[in-house]
Design a protein around this ligand. Structure first.
Ligand code: NDP
Length: 331
């Protein structure tokens, strides 16, 4: 079995030298154990933003994988079934289904159609898709006819945000860092989209895309776009703070002005959230999203890097915004 270790905590943008590839000898299976083999591994922004909080140097890099059960001493996880496994950057893992902090293995829903790749359980039909759904339904509580802004819109979460907004009868505006990404957003049905890297003024771009302002902002990036969005919110607007990827690699915090008077005079409601707060709804939510996908209302793109040895490269590419879609690694 192979593993990637976090050798040195990140300072600034991650480097190949932060990681080390190691061989691992697996233990014999005990009663209740399962041996899983990674098929696809996910690389996500939280691996950068939460790293110092979640692991020590020398630990296996944490993360989620779509894995196949290859040996089992737990009847709930028979050989051949697919699981989403919180096993970190490992090719093979011997584990129990539950750990002290919650489930380690979750079987993909039994209704998974054969023509939909199981890899989407790490993307549109997994954690990022659920983040989009809960941010819109539970935090923003979007209503038909409202106008929603989303940043990092062509990414795993953002692309789902836009498509769910359309399913729910909203107008949606997205920002992304490339003209190819803007074209993709239009293909997905976004009403307006712009390239935040090339517009001369973020505030003007937001105004042009929706002169009447925004009822909700699904915030993924932080930095200057957040400030510009505040100035374009409608009175009583709601902001779901999902992430701040523009700030994750900062060595000194960005000093962006977050003007209090905009928050006060527009009477904005700003709420941070974590996808895991609605874990009890995950199974039902995945089934709903699968149905939308089968009906052709949801599309998904993936950026697939081949080879477990390329995990750090895929992770760094995702952070830079190279490629269009959910970043995954195929073992
Ligand atoms: P993405 O697939 O969107 O990949 C990251 C994207 O961030 C890149 O493609 C890039 O797109 C964009 N990006 C990188 N640097 C910058 C920058 N300086 N300014 C603006 N955009 C930048 O990732 P996810 O969809 O998985 O995650 C999106 C956000 O959601 C992240 O902030 C993440 O931390 C957060 N998140 C939060 C969760 C929660 O429970 N609260 C759960 C899951 C994700 P581009 O080319 O457009 O710049």
């Amino acid at each position: 079995a192979k593993t990637w270790i976090l050798k040195k905590h990140f300072e600034g943008f991650p480097k190949e030298s932060n990681f080390e590839l190691r061989e691992e000898v697996l233990p014999e299976l005990q009663d209740g154990d399962v041996l899983v083999e990674a098929v696809y591994l996910s690389v996500d922004p939280y691996m950068r933003s939460l790293s110092k909080m979640w692991i020590k140097e020398g630990d296996v890099q944490y993360g989620t994988q779509l894995a196949k059960v290859v040996k089992s001493k737990d009847p709930a996880f028979p050989e051949g079934c697919y699981v989403v496994a919180n096993c970190g950057w490992r090719t093979h893992t011997v584990t129990k289904a539950k750990g002290p902090a919650g489930p380690i293995l979750t079987r993909i829903v039994s209704e998974w159609p054969s023509d939909i790749s199981v890899s989407l359980a790490l993307g549109s039909l997994g954690m990022p898709g659920l983040t989009a759904l809960y941010g819109l339904e539970e935090v923003c509580k979007i209503q038909p006819g409202e106008t929603i802004l989303v940043s990092a819109a062509a990414g795993a979460v953002g692309a789902m945000v836009g498509q769910i907004c359309k399913i729910k009868g909203c107008k949606v505006v997205g920002s992304a860092g490339g003209d190819d990404k803007v074209a993709y957003l239009k293909e997905l049905g976004f009403d307006q989209a712009f390239n935040y890297k090339t517009v001369s003024s973020l505030e003007e771009a937001l105004k042009n895309a929706s002169p009447e302002g925004y009822d909700c902002y699904f915030e993924n990036v932080g930095g200057p776009l957040f400030t510009a969005a505040l100035k374009n919110m409608k009175p009583g607007g709601r902001i779901a703070v999902c992430g701040g990827i523009a700030t994750y690699n900062d060595t000194t915090p960005q000093m962006c002005p977050y003007p209090h008077h905009e928050i006060i005079t527009r009477q904005l409601k700003i709420e941070g959230f974590m996808v895991r707060s609605w874990q009890h709804k995950d199974e039902e939510s995945v089934k709903r999203m699968l149905k939308w996908m089968k009906e052709g209302k949801l599309k998904a793109k993936e950026v697939v890097t081949v080879g477990f040895e390329n995990m750090p490269t895929a992770f760094m590419r995702m952070l830079k915004g190279d490629g269009l879609g959910k970043a995954i690694v195929q073992v």
